[in-house]
Design a protein around this ligand. Structure first.
Ligand SMILES: NC(=O)c1ccc[n+]([C@@H]2O[C@H](COP(=O)([O-])OP(=O)(O)OC[C@H]3O[C@@H](n4cnc5c(N)ncnc54)[C@H](OP(=O)(O)O)[C@@H]3O)[C@@H](O)[C@H]2O)c1
Length: 176
């Protein structure tokens, strides 16, 4: 719709949403992500950028959750393998939801978000989304989608920091 703010959401079926979107977000529970993407339909996903913010958290044995995939694989890679023509970019999965879209609420945005993916052009477009839509100042490109193993395996320490700090509004800043 002309003049519509692209950040304003509208609800729709997985297939209709995927068909409509130019850049898609996978913000489903990690245990259901592959099933949710199947509902969206491969034809509706192919060629598009899929920003994958999901984590493979398994709560079946209580808190804290464990990871349903780790070490030699990641959910980001599973999604990329299942949909080779989709340009999967893993990011934002290490940040609590309200910080994802408003990073400047913490330390004026002086902290990092990571990005992983195989397609350089897709990553450049996602960096544009992160910086120009959401206000991220520091985006660290870790490399291909296999580097999502690192950010997904960050979740166990993220969860312990959340417990120790009593808030999800925290993040890391990378210095060297
Ligand atoms: N919340 C955060 O601060 C945060 C931060 C970083 C990363 N993440 C990641 O973002 C994702 C979403 O997190 P969340 O906190 O919103 O809650 P969540 O419970 O992990 O995800 C809920 C969403 O997943 C959908 N879903 C689950 N199984 C599905 C399936 N088989 N098919 C279709 N849809 C399915 C649910 O749909 P229905 O409602 O229809 O069941 C619901 O929309 C997760 O992977 C999480 O790890 C979240």
């Amino acid at each position: 719709m002309a003049g519509r703010d692209p950040r304003q959401g509208q609800a729709g079926s997985p297939a209709a949403t995927a068909a409509h979107g130019e850049i898609l977000f996978n913000a489903t529970n990690g245990g259901g992500s592959l099933e949710a993407l199947a509902l969206a339909g491969e034809a509706n996903l192919n060629g598009k950028i899929l920003i994958d913010i999901s984590n493979p958290l398994d709560f079946s044995r209580g808190m804290p959750p464990t990871l349903s995939v780790s070490n030699t694989d990641s959910l980001g890679e599973q999604i990329q393998r299942a949909y080779p023509r989709v340009r999967v970019v893993k990011t934002l999965n290490t940040i609590t939801a309200s910080l994802m879209v408003n990073p400047r609420q913490l330390a004026d945005g002086d902290h990092h978000v990571f990005i992983s993916g195989n397609d350089a052009d897709a990553k450049a477009k996602v960096v544009d989304v992160l910086t120009n839509w959401f206000g991220w100042r520091h985006v660290l490109d870790l490399g291909d989608i296999a580097t999502a193993r690192g950010t997904e395996m960050y979740l166990p320490i993220w969860l312990r920091m959340w417990g120790a700090l009593g808030t999800g509004i925290f993040n890391v800043k990378i210095v060297k």
